[in-house]
Design a protein around this ligand. Structure first.
Ligand code: ZN
Length: 317
């Protein structure tokens, strides 16, 4: 395998800074990677782990294929602990596991603890981490990731070096997932995690019913009052299907607004879509981005509230 660092797209300044720090043996022992979701922060944290533990570096970079590099990539390395939320929280027991792992002797081997979405740590978990974060054992590095550094407790922030990341460029996205239509890159708003596959085929009947729901959503002035949303979104799987179809309708509306009729996916429904051409294109971009987010969040939210808040934010006049 190629090294993880070579797979991290974009973020050149941050990569350069971190790699120089590793070479100069000045890598901070506690870091926070802060930036939008789905841009490669965790992958970069794992890439740094490879650089720290590689058994046969090439030009001071991880080789990507020695045993140590492979184990890091598979998250099976004794040098790496990757902590992620269980449910909605990172709990104190998870942090206690980390602390007992760090209390074991390591024979001078470097170790990295990555806490993904560290803002999910509850107060107990955060507090239990503070002392170790301030004075980590030798050769231990903490990398916490978060979408917004302000979501972390000030005591965590003050003990860490904050490294900020921006959304990826459309060129970056194309490099990560080539061959998609340009509207997909645009809708992903610099977050590779949003480049979902929308090619999944739903039945025609299903799609037509989703389109009339879509039309109703945009044209009914009292959508929230007059819609029994549960009739449409019976369960989460159905709701997810609706949102995906809505995404393709929105995408088609954007394409239509640019005069590219031949690129419309739902070409048999063009007459219905054209009726909705009063929606400004900027609104459509915002809406498609919101739909992607809603698809990601589908397991965590109330269906009725989800559709109502989409309407309030995007369709209410
Ligand atoms: Zn290696």
């Amino acid at each position: 395998m190629a090294s993880l660092m070579s797979q991290v797209v974009g973020h050149e300044a941050q990569k350069f800074m971190l790699q120089s720090a590793i070479e100069n043996q000045s890598l901070p022992h506690a870091m926070v990677f802060s930036g939008p979701a789905g841009i490669g922060k965790t992958k970069l944290a794992m890439a740094i782990t490879q650089n720290l533990v590689c058994e046969s570096p090439v030009n001071k970079q991880a080789c990507g294929h020695c045993g140590a590099c492979v184990r890091v990539e598979k998250n099976q390395s004794e040098s790496l602990r990757l902590v992620a939320a269980q449910g909605a929280q990172i709990k104190i027991d998870q942090i206690r596991d980390i602390l007992s792992y760090l209390s074991l002797a390591s024979d001078g081997q470097k170790r990295v603890v990555i806490i993904d979405q560290a803002n999910m740590m509850n107060a107990q978990a955060s507090n239990s981490l503070l002392k170790t974060l301030e004075e980590p054992p030798p050769d231990v590095y903490f990398i916490l990731t978060t979408t917004d550094v302000r979501l972390l407790m000030p005591t965590i922030r003050s003990r860490s070096q904050i490294i900020s990341f921006k959304a990826l460029s459309q060129d970056n996205l194309q490099q990560i997932n080539p061959g998609l239509s340009s509207w997909m890159y645009k809708s992903a708003r610099g977050q590779a995690g949003k480049l979902l596959d929308f090619s999944g085929g739903e039945s025609l009947e299903r799609r037509n019913s989703d389109l009339s729901f879509y039309e109703h959503f945009w044209t009914n002035k009292s959508f929230v009052l007059e819609t029994e949303i549960k009739e449409f979104a019976k369960d989460r799987a159905t709701a997810a299907g609706i949102l995906k179809n809505w995404f393709t309708f929105t995408r088609d509306m954007i394409v239509l607004s640019q005069g590219a009729r031949d690129q419309v996916l739902n070409s048999d429904q063009i007459t219905t879509l054209i009726k909705l051409d009063f929606i400004p294109v900027e609104k459509l971009y915002d809406f498609s981005s919101a739909l992607l987010q809603a698809i990601q969040d589908i397991d965590k939210v109330d269906m009725t509230l989800l559709f109502e808040s989409l309407w309030v934010k995007h369709a209410r006049i």
